[in-house]
Write a protein that binds this ligand. Structure first.
Ligand SMILES: [Mn+2]
Length: 302
């Protein structure tokens, strides 16, 4: 792909203060099936140059100050290494919308622990084919199947403050944990059968609160996102995922997004990386629209 003359992030450049802060966590040591997600931050950044600074609804993103602070190192082992990147992310001013590029889903341990420090009342929308709620999975406590379970422990976020969207592959232990902790699970099949109803159910769960979206690209059907550690059939189209995010977070205050499990070595013509970028740019559009609305509301009150 010829990227000559194009600038990263659609040319949206940083400023003080920043509206958006981007960081990468190039770690895939928790992947048990296929590694490759460590290469995602670099590829996502490279291809961010092809994105126009305009949303799909024609809203301009120009004027959005995006600051990319580069990659954070967790070392060779997330169990020993999540604390350092967490502390760096926690220093990002709470007014900035945090965008983290994984890495496998265990990078969310650092991301969510930082987010709850920045936003103590945080709720999480975990968008994923898998709940990642195993205590022990595929030979370890810190493998991808345990990502959310470890993230809850590391962050102290109550399980009931997490809503899971797009699930379709479960270990029995995960369903028990979801039931025992009264977590909301809206499976892929429910989203496919009744997209509006499923999105509204999620919207009710997060309305009025600060919300972080943890977006595992494997929530998309492998037809839309083949470049991932473990493709799972029966997933969402990218269209369904975009609509779901928009409706589900409409009455919430978005404070962060992490996109994980993009695996460039298994991608096909970069369609998975470009799908991840579409999600990022549309979410930024939602953030910008919400900020502009609150500014004009303030002006109206004056
Ligand atoms: Mn996951």
């Amino acid at each position: 792909m010829n990227l000559d003359g194009l600038r990263p992030w659609g040319g949206l450049v940083g400023g003080d203060p920043s509206d958006v802060v981007v960081a990468g966590i190039p770690y895939d040591g928790s992947a048990v099936y296929r590694k490759g997600a460590a290469l995602a931050p670099q590829r996502i950044r490279q291809l961010s140059a092809v994105m126009p600074p305009v949303t799909e609804e024609g809203r301009l993103l120009t004027g959005l100050h995006v600051q990319d602070i580069g990659d954070l190192d967790v070392g060779g082992d997330i169990e020993a290494g999540w604390m350092e990147p967490m502390q760096r992310l926690a220093k990002v001013p709470p007014e900035a919308f945090l965008t983290v590029l994984g890495g496998d889903h265990c990078t969310a341990i650092a991301t969510l622990a930082a987010q709850v420090r920045r936003h103590p009342g945080l709720r999480v929308l975990w968008v994923d084919a898998h709940p990642d709620l195993c205590d022990f999975s595929r030979g370890g406590h810190w493998t991808c199947g345990c990502a959310l379970r470890r993230a809850l422990e590391a962050s102290g976020i109550e399980p009931s403050r997490v809503a899971i969207a797009g699930g379709r592959d479960y270990d029995p232990e995960e369903l028990e944990f979801i039931a025992a902790n009264r977590m909301l699970l809206v499976p892929s099949v429910e989203i496919a059968r009744d997209p509006g109803g499923a999105a509204r159910k999620l919207a009710e769960a997060v309305a009025g609160d600060e919300v972080h979206i943890s977006f595992d690209i494997d929530v998309l059907d492998p037809a839309f996102a083949p470049g991932t550690e473990i493709p799972s059939a029966g997933g969402l189209s990218s269209r369904q995922a975009l609509d779901l995010l928009k409706i589900a977070t409409h009455s919430a205050r978005l404070v962060g997004l992490d996109i994980v499990e993009v695996s460039p070595p298994f991608d096909n013509g970069d369609i998975t990386t470009l799908a991840a970028l579409k999600m990022i740019f549309e979410v930024w559009g939602m953030v910008k629209a919400a900020r502009e609305a609150s500014v004009s509301e303030l002006r109206g009150k004056r």
